[in-house]
Design a protein around this ligand. Structure first.
Ligand code: ADP
Ligand code: MG
Length: 698
């Protein structure tokens, strides 16, 4: 059946056309003002909006509403209430008040708060974020909200995200004013997140407790055929997968999400979805919906969608690339080279501001992508390394070098590049040879941050990006606002910034071992694991920066730091316990059964005739028996480590011990199990193998 995109796109969203149609003019105007400027919404306005929203939702079949929020678990949360209100005469009417729209009080005491609420208020409340449209899903009206404690502390990912957008807006407008840009009233950051994922058949998934509890396989010998033939990347999409993609697209379109590109990725069973970019907070809400719907729609097709960063060892992991840019409400992308020398000078200032921000706060960017799952990816073969660097491309790098040194730029017929006097060449926006190994790449008019894990909420990395760039823009504005010779001081500032921060620019291969060495010589950090990275979040430099821009209070930073550490430890703990359980219940019985069978065969053959050769059975039995001993020792060791680590009181020390002791013990145990898998007959080995899982969708 043909899809009427005009009819379905945004059909489940209380968006601008719906508001215009259904709200009285003055109410519509008041709401738009709130949406644009973040001003307070009067209760009488909220009442009218709520009532119109309810009528619209009921017409679309909704019976319930929910305040939808993004607690620090990384996923979204919701509590459903029905619109039903008793009418006093034993019947019911459907009602929805402005108060219920604007504020909710979920019983949220079991969401992670890192101790924020225990010291203040036990309860939190949700407040409507009118900049993100309400929508209908599963017969429920969803109201996007921010989640705070009664003392105003953020308990979610959205509140600091909105604050970081405000910070960026404020500082970018200061800089624009210096360039005489006064028509722009607002500067926003936009994001287009590319989402990778795996699809496997539900039947194999259900036989793997590790996938069920941990989202990744804890065992699995390498399959005879992996991704080495590179025949999956952009290959023909299987029918089952394309049916899934089609349905997913339609569901996303209904919610006003511009799902655009769907293709196969490098690993077998791996795919990617990219929507068209939108403002940061909308993109964040939408990406949460994308992930949620991927899982849901997959199940309808008897598939399971794996969003974990590294579901299979030895096979490419899944990442998320966030394409990030900043633009004015007048439609100017500030990361796009302009047509006039003056516009170019403005572009260069914003460009070097980003470069300086990345260099100054590389550790914070690393923190923003740190998780137990992503540790498997960063630094592994396919992903960017844990070292943060910026790719600019040869051309732009040459231009910056020419500017820095007052030398001739060969690319433009040997011209002297002069800030504010020369026009930059337009950079190709989509060159095929562009560097895919760089963690942070300039791609013509935006930056692409590639270190995120596929399961991440994109809020964290965007908060960091927005705030660090706001911080540098603020520093620049401080200098230039006091200047008496703008052009000369601007030129000086750009040159100095290039000189001071060019160490972060790297156009080479990020996977190369030589880069690790060079990066060290350049003084760049290489924080390999989450426990190594996280302390940078609470370092004085970070606390000062975030508090300076009112994005996080010191207290909020510490609570988040604790949550991240606990999360890390809990993840490894669940993995370790799952591993122990699988070894006890699945691996050991299979290994013992097979040994018994082999031993019985040897005995039986010998009882028939001592001349019958038993070399094969005995040899196999011998190898498996030896491995079994090793299995026992390593299993015991893992069990002991998981018990010992619980004695540690300090959160950071505990996370470190999980990494250095428990995780190591898991890796050692895994080696033995994977070797046993290659020896034990498939009749006994009842855990689906990598080959079976990766080829489960036909
Ligand atoms: P790829 O990196 O795979 O080549 P594309 O170049 O198609 O992908 O773009 C990837 C994402 O970048 C898309 O979501 C797209 O909408 C987004 N994007 C394009 N321009 C911008 C921009 N100015 N700001 C933010 N995101 C953008
Ligand atoms: Mg990309």
């Amino acid at each position: 059946m043909a899809v009427n995109i005009k009819e379905i796109f945004g059909s489940m969203v209380f968006n601008d056309p719906v508001m215009k149609e259904r709200l009285p003019k003055d109410i519509y105007k008041a709401l738009k003002k709130t949406m644009k400027n973040g001003t307070h919404l009067e209760l009488d306005v909220a009442n009218v909006v709520a009532s119109a929203m309810k009528d619209w939702a009921i017409e679309k079949g909704a019976t319930h509403f929910t305040h939808w929020f993004q607690p620090m678990t990384g996923v979204t949360a919701e509590k459903h209430d029905s619109f039903i209100v008793p009418d006093g005469e034993g019947c019911a009417i459907m009602e929805f008040s402005g108060k219920a729209l604007v504020k909710g009080e979920p019983d949220a005491s079991s969401f992670p708060s890192g101790g924020l609420r225990s010291t203040f208020e036990a309860r939190g409340y949700t407040a409507w974020d009118p900049t993100s449209y309400a929508f209908i899903k599963d017969k429920t009206l969803y109201i996007p909200t921010a989640f705070c404690s009664y003392s105003g502390e953020a308990l979610d990912k959205k509140t600091p995200l909105l604050r970081s957008m405000q910070a960026l807006n404020k500082q970018a407008l200061r800089v624009l004013k210096l360039f005489g840009v006064t028509d722009a009233k607002r500067v926003v950051s936009s994001v287009g997140p590319e989402q990778e994922y795996f699809l496997i058949d539900r039947s194999v998934y259900l036989k793997r407790p590790d996938l069920i509890y941990c989202g990744r396989t804890l065992f699995g010998a390498r399959p005879p055929k992996g991704q080495e033939m590179e025949d999956h990347y952009f290959g023909a999409i299987k029918q089952r997968v394309s049916a899934f993609m089609r349905e997913l697209d339609e569901e996303l379109w209904k919610l006003g999400i511009y799902a655009k590109t769907e293709h196969n990725e490098v690993a077998p069973a791996q795919h990617e979805l990219a929507p068209i970019y939108s403002e940061s907070n909308i993109a964040t809400d939408h990406n949460q919906l994308v992930m949620e719907l991927m899982k849901k729609v997959a199940l309808k097709h008897d598939l399971v969608c794996l969003l974990h960063e590294k579901p299979f060892a030895g096979v490419n992991g899944s990442g998320k690339h966030i394409n990030w840019s900043i633009s004015t409400d007048t439609g100017i992308n500030l990361l796009e080279p302009g047509d006039t020398p003056f516009e170019n000078a403005q572009f260069l200032l914003f460009l070097v501001a980003v470069i300086k921000a990345i260099d100054d706060y590389q550790d914070l960017l690393r923190v923003s992508v740190a998780s137990a799952g992503n540790d498997h990816r960063l630094g592994a073969n396919e992903a960017p390394p844990a070292i943060v660097s910026v790719f600019l491309g040869e051309e732009l790098t040459e231009i910056l070098t020419a500017l820095e040194n007052d030398t001739l730029y060969a690319g433009k017929g040997k011209t002297l590049m002069e800030i504010g006097a020369t026009v930059l060449p337009h950079f190709p926006k989509d060159t095929t040879d562009r560097n895919r190994t760089s963690p942070f790449a300039f791609t013509g008019n935006k930056f692409e941050f590639r270190m995120l894990g596929s399961a991440f909420s994109i809020a964290g990395p965007i908060i960091v990006l927005n705030t660090i760039v706001a911080d540098v823009l603020g520093q620049f504005a401080d200098i230039l606002e006091n200047s008496t010779d703008f052009k000369a001081d601007l030129s000086k500032l750009i040159k100095k910034t290039i000189t001071d921060h060019k160490r972060i620019i790297f156009n080479g291969n990020g996977y190369d071992a030589a880069w690790v060495k060079e990066a060290e010589q350049r003084g760049l950090s290489n924080l390999k694991t989450t426990p190594e990275a996280l302390p940078a979040f609470v370092a004085p430099k970070s606390v000062e920066m975030f508090t300076r821009h009112n994005v996080f209070s010191e207290h909020e930073i510490h609570s988040r730091y604790d949550i991240l550490l606990e999360n890390y430890s809990k993840t490894i703990n669940i993995e370790a316990l799952t591993m122990i359980d699988m070894v006890n219940k699945q691996v050991i019985p299979a290994v013992l059964d097979y040994q018994r069978e082999l031993a019985e065969l040897v005995l039986r053959k010998k009882s028939i005739s001592s001349d019958l050769p038993v070399g094969l059975e005995e040899d196999l039995l011998n190898r498996i028996a030896k491995l079994s001993e090793c299995l026992k020792n390593r299993l015991d060791n893992l069990s002991q480590q998981t018990i010992a680590v619980r004695e540690i009181k300090d959160n950071l020390e505990m996370a470190k011990a999980y990494r250095e002791k428990v995780f190591m013990a898991m890796s050692e145990l895994r080696m033995i199990v994977d070797e046993l898998e290659t020896l034990v007959s498939s009749k006994h080995w009842n855990i689906p193998t990598y080959a079976e899982i990766l080829n489960s969708v036909v």
